[in-house]
Design a protein around this ligand. Sequence first.
Ligand code: F6R
Length: 609
Amino acid sequence: MCGLIGALSRRNVAPLLLDGLKRLEYRGYDSAGLACIDGAGISVHRRVGKVAELERLLQRRMPDSAIGIGHTRWATHGEPEERNAHPQVSRDTIAVVHNGIIENYEGLRKMLEVMGYAFSSDTDTEVVAHLVHYHYAGLSDLFAAVRTAVNQLVGAYAIAVMAADRPDCLVVARQGNPLAVGIGDGEQFVASDAVALLPFTDRFVFLEDGDVACLAADGLSVLDADGQAVERPLQQLDVAGAGADKGPYRHYMLKEIHEQPDALADTIRGCVEHGMLLPAALGFTDRELLQRVQAVHIVACGTSHHAGEVARYWLESVARLPCSVDLASEYRYRDPVVPPGCLFVTLSQSGETADTLAALRYAAKAGYLGTLAICNCPASSLVRESAMHLLTRAGPEIGVASTKAFTTQLLSVLLLTLLLAHRHRHDAQAGRSQLEQLRQVSARVEDVLNLSRRIEALAVPLVNHASALFLGRGPLYPIAREGALKLKEISYIHAEAYASGELKHGPLALVDDQMPVIALAPSNLLLDKQRSNLREVQARKGQLFVFSDRDSGIEAGPGVRLVEMPKVDALSAPIVYAVALQLLAYHAAVLRGSDVDKPRNLAKSVTVE
Ligand code: F6R
């Protein structure tokens, strides 16, 4: 969702900005642009569509400039049109790129119009450009002009600003949206995601909310929200493999699905030593706090929320801790009650999801025992703002639809559950045997990857349908919901998931010979109940697509298509079955010809509420 980049160097930055924009493509966008300063002043280049369109435009005449800013825009204010793309420019003097939403832009726009500023776009960003222009005209100091302008803004933003007569400095500011400054050799960069800058540097300064910074040849100056000069720590990122290419795979999503056995093994390796869980690796550097946890409250969005829903089953049944799970966008508006000794846990791949961050900020003041972020991005705002963190070890995930980040989240919350369940020493042995079982999870996921062809065959009849139902019970119910979400987001087939027991309370009315029903039915304590639900579907001639193991006794037959899954223990089943549904959605999407890695209207990192 919107990507921002800027560069100041001795070399021509235009190709660097283009390269960076390509690395931001995974976030989802509908137009792209860049601006540079050359002998003739600010030149702006914008295109609706992919960065490749912008590249084609620039190939005709590549700008030659030592300073520039670029952007991929995901439309919020105004349609995806060239005039609404960024950079937005004020009177040929000020150019701005912006992520986020300026909530008071309408009032500011009216004020600026009265002052004589003419608007050429529908964006809230153009307001920022004119506002900076106005203050720059009065103050003749770009740094001061941006500081004054952002004081008038309400909302969330990360901005980068340059002035036609100041080709030696780039001014940036953040409030609620991330900004990473990359420090190179005699050159400086800025981006909304460090990934965009990895070819140029591995040294980063992450700005904090309220910071305004000036990047210049002689260094970086940062002022905090109170206008005080501050030094934010320089961090060296471990970037091995980051942003790597697709290798032999047709899509990033397929590559990432196949990376899961290694990612899961890495997750266990990072949290276990000599057969024992490492509390510090699971977030508990404070051992005493671990003993005081009496309840858990999980908050997340989308796929990460589904991981939280599975965690609830585990935390209650295995660790015997009361657990509630909320959508981040709902949580802080419902005035939640905080039980005594309650740990607040966020789950997020990106660590930049605006709703989840807002929930964390609310929770930090709400009287929880502590805040724990389970996150895949070590340098993210969520990790930095939480008291404790547990890093999932999925590695960078480029496909918009989350896959390996989800299964490593599941494994991480499972390890956390075992830690909480066996935190008293006399239980240590029980924990060991469960950990031993979990070591098999990578091998079982590998078995599912070997079923890819069989699952592809199942996707063939599925893609002709407009709608599908998913069914699961117990911890496999949230997995059914995740399967439905995956199918919706990349194949655009409408899908809904139900706890199987709910079928007869309403959705059964939808079942006829045209309705595919995808059911998760591993042999477990709930199998008999699940089989009864499947018979209810069969009796209405519904088309069953069943994922089950040999011990279940379920057989293929008229109206029943079967994928024989490996036999797995109850704790590993959600992870293993999730992978099968990822493959189903992937193959369905490929068969329908959709843009698997960048599904329409979606963004990898959702930085607006
Ligand atoms: C779906 C998907 C989204 C994200 C959601 C939260 O495949 O990836 O539903 O899970 O936008 O994002 P994070 O986990 O980055 O907080």
